[in-house]
Design a binder for this molecule. Structure first.
Ligand code: GLC
Length: 721
């Protein structure tokens, strides 16, 4: 449809029909849905009329070509003007083929594979009838107590922005209207949901605007610069006002300052939650607050359909303002080609061949291999397939490796670690025993595990968190492994056998109970559908670990938040003149994390020669190039992620000790060297000043190059006026 045809359609709509377009309901409300009528609890209390349903703008959580075609078909029969529904769902890291959780994908530092994973997710979702995905989630995270850190790519604004771009490009492709394998993306949760106090979900967020802009906003902006079609509001507050009712954030920053003209959708129930937040006395006021924040679609509450018309009748809201919101929704439907083809990519036949295809699963495995992070290896890895292995632990043969946002993914289809290892080790050399539950003790299972370990040469101990211990509403105050698992570890350690710990979990854990005595630790996160085959290939040496952390592992939860791009403070612990006591430190813990941002081991070893620089000063418009020779000094081909950090020694505001400004994945054969180069320009030295201006200051800087954020070579340089 042309723009003027959309306006013609708009002008035919009644006010009620316009307001209904601003509503999003879950599938049980819709005729044609297999769950039609399964309206219980809060949904039942919504009291939504059939007429509203027939004119609702979008559906939450539908999937399946047949189901979606049936819903759309019935809707088009009832909708007076034949306006098609938008089908929106959460495809966060895969549809049916589940990729590693985003925090794991972040640790791959492989933007191209990340983009490809979103392409595959979009393809499987599109042939299943879905039009929009509620992803990427790009909330910056620094607190592993928060359950949703698994959904983010980590603690660095630059890296999160690079992944945001990659995911949006993967989901949306180049041509939403004609590419039937694409879906529109919806970046979330705007803004700074990851900064919840105490890591407790839905809790208060309160940051200075400068800090918000410097660290939390960049990744959302990157997603929008990549063309992301939608934005979802955060449940949380910014400057004391919930995002969903925050006109300054949603209109002034997002729409006016950034020029975002797309659709804003509330998170589930977030409009009505303005009441318990205490900024709206009732649903009518909540409707006005959200509408004034230019939220276009209200997800699963009825403030708009119950009260917007009253605001129009009272002359507080002009119908023309309603028209603007409706037009943004109609434009999105038009961009997706829904007026010409309301069924878009839905195709039962293609579903059969595309969804969960071998090639998709192969890609999920490849990304899982790159997402695992080898945290410790005292030489016990890779394993020798001639040896007798005892695979023990609650995750030894457990399909709960998809993570909490796997929706259409099936744990039954996931490859378990036992299945993965069985393809490397003959049955008689592989003993398997659970030893304990994820959070439960079982003495019989413990005895069986000890028995299996007795006769084995080595132990692979598969531990971790159940997926419901992570994800939304999955915050934990103690971020250790559950006690039964630590007990299992200690009982096995008493056998004096080498133990390789594999972790399946959704957050950086407090590993203080096992880190010293484990002979190796492989962080696998929730690796997805091909978990077992990817991890087994890594353990057996068929693959070489290359992942590097994008979120710090604390020594203990008492250190949280601990992140690499922190400030120096006025009393830094490691200052030359640091006093014994009166410095910024703990009496009972180091300041440094257990494992820092950017850290990860390989079976290969890499050396970094001296870093050379083309200049010691630069001005605007000039480029300084750093070169470092990296050599694979092992006998095994390997990949290394070389990282560039920069420090601004003196700013108008305090500046982090290091900020990631670039990285390069390199692949080296045994003995091979390569020259890795990084360009530094003035643009990379800019930051948010006290007056919120984004600019650089002349002065002293240091560039750092190395394999992680701690082990680096320093190269000082000056930015001249
Ligand atoms: C949830 C999540 C959001 C998700 C939405 C729809 O509450 O906060 O990320 O997209 O509801 O399922």
């Amino acid at each position: 449809m042309k723009e003027e045809e959309l306006y013609q359609l708009l002008n035919k709509m009644t006010l009620d029909e316009k307001i209904a377009q601003l509503m999003q309901l879950a599938t049980p409300f819709f005729k044609g849905s297999s769950t039609r009528g399964h309206i219980t609890g809060p949904m039942k209390e919504m009291g939504v009329s059939e007429s509203v349903i027939e004119h609702t703008g979008s559906v939450l959580g539908a999937s399946g070509a047949r189901e979606i075609k049936a819903i759309q078909h019935r809707h088009l029969e009832d909708n007076r003007l034949g306006i098609p529904l938008l089908m929106m769902s959460d495809i966060v890291h895969g549809f049916k083929t589940i990729f590693p959780v985003p925090l794991a994908i972040g640790c791959s530092w492989d933007l191209d594979l990340a983009r490809q994973s979103a392409e595959v997710a979009a393809k499987e979702a599109a042939v299943s009838g879905i039009h929009v995905t509620f992803a990427p989630m790009v909330d910056l995270v620094r607190d592993p107590r928060w359950g949703r850190v698994m959904e983010s790519t980590g603690e660095d604004p630059y890296l999160n922005g690079e992944f945001a771009r990659a995911f949006v490009q993967g989901f949306q492709g180049e041509d939403l209207a004609n590419d039937m394998y694409s879906v529109a993306a919806c970046v979330k949760h705007f803004a700074a949901y990851g900064a919840v106090e105490g890591g407790r979900d839905y809790n208060t967020v309160d940051l200075s605007e400068r800090h918000l802009r410097e660290y939390y906003l960049p990744a959302y902006k990157s997603a929008l610069e990549a063309g992301c079609e939608m934005v979802m509001t955060a449940f949380t507050t910014i400057n004391g006002v919930p995002a969903t009712g925050n006109r300054t954030l949603m209109n002034d920053v997002l729409r006016q300052e950034w020029g975002f003209e797309g659709v804003i959708i509330s998170d589930w129930g977030a409009v009505k939650e303005l009441i318990p937040h205490g900024v709206a006395q009732d649903l009518k006021e909540a409707a006005l607050k959200a509408f004034r924040a230019t939220v276009d679609i209200e997800m699963m509450t009825t403030a708009y359909i119950d009260h917007l018309k009253e605001w129009v009748d009272e002359g507080v809201v002009a119908e023309g303002e309603i028209d603007q919101a409706v037009m943004r929704i109609l434009r999105l439907k038009n961009k997706l080609g829904l007026f010409e083809n309301p069924y878009r990519g839905a195709d039962e036949q293609l579903e059969e061949t595309v969804v969960f295809s071998p090639s998709h699963r192969q890609m999920a495995k490849a990304l899982a291999v790159k997402s695992c992070v080898l945290l410790k290896n005292d030489g016990v890895l890779p394993l020798d397939q001639e040896q007798h292995l005892a695979l023990i632990g609650p995750f030894a043969d457990n399909g709960d490796v998809l993570g909490p946002w796997s929706w259409q993914g099936s744990k039954m289809d996931a490859v378990t670690l036992r299945q993965g290892l069985a393809s490397h080790i003959s049955e008689e050399r592989l003993s398997v025993a659970k030893g304990c539950g994820i959070q439960s003790v079982n003495e019989a299972e413990m005895m069986a595990a000890l028995q299996a370990a007795q006769t084995a040469d080595r132990i692979v101990l598969a531990l971790g968190e159940a997926s419901e211990m992570s994800g939304e509403a999955g915050s934990r105050t103690a971020i250790k492994l559950p006690k039964p698992q630590i007990e299992l570890f200690k009982r096995l350690k008493a056998l004096n056998k080498e133990i390789v710990v594999v972790l399946f979990n959704g957050r950086p854990l407090d590993l203080s109970d096992i880190v010293d005595e484990a002979d190796a630790i492989l962080e696998a996160w929730y690796p997805g559908s091909e978990a077992g085959s990817a991890v087994a290939d890594l353990l057996m040496g068929q693959e070489n670990p290359s992942g590097k952390l994008t979120m710090s592992f604390p020594q203990t939860v008492g250190q949280v938040p601990v992140y690499y791009n922190h400030f120096n403070t006025g009393r830094p612990l490691n200052a030359p003149d640091a006093q014994e006591r009166y410095v910024s430190h703990y009496l009972d813990s180091p300041n440094d994390p257990l494992f820092p941002f950017g850290y990860g081991l390989s079976y290969s070893t890499f050396t970094y020669a001296q870093v050379t620089s083309t200049a010691s000063t630069i001005k605007k418009g000039e480029t300084l190039t750093l070169t470092v020779e990296v050599t694979n000094t092992s006998d095994r081909p390997g990949e290394e992620i070389v990282q560039l950090y920069i420090r601004d020694h003196v700013g108008e505001v305090v500046r982090p000790l290091k900020e990631l400004k670039g990285f390069k994945r390199i692949s080296l054969q045994p003995g091979e060297s390569c020259q890795v180069q990084f360009d530094i320009k003035e643009e990379q030295l800019r930051y948010t000043h006290a007056d919120l201006q984004w600019k650089s200051d002349p002065g002293a800087f240091t560039a750092y190059v190395g394999p992680n954020s701690e082990h680096v070579t320093a190269v000082p340089f000056q930015l001249m006026d």
